[in-house]
Design a protein around this ligand. Structure first.
Ligand SMILES: [Zn+2]
Length: 74
């Protein structure tokens, strides 16, 4: 379960756990899945170029291999 608060931010402390972080933006899940330039190569290899979060989440196999690349599955 994720904690919800009243802030509009969806920040998670992913930056320090994401080895390809671009350091140009907060490494939110949406940023990492769709936009992050630091992870662009790994993302393209695993997921292609998803245009939206639902599209990225549609490819669970790709998602898992991408997360594995990011070190999120340790
Ligand atoms: Zn980034």
């Amino acid at each position: 379960m994720m904690m919800q608060n009243n802030s509009s931010s969806d920040k998670l402390p992913l930056g320090q756990n994401t080895k390809f972080a671009c350091m140009e933006a907060d490494e939110t899940p949406t940023h990492v899945l769709l936009q992050c330039r630091g992870e662009a190569m790994q993302r393209a290899a695993c997921l292609g170029s998803p245009a939206s979060l639902p599209e990225a989440l549609d490819d669970l196999g790709g998602l898992l291999s991408y997360w594995s690349e990011l070190g999120w599955l340790k």
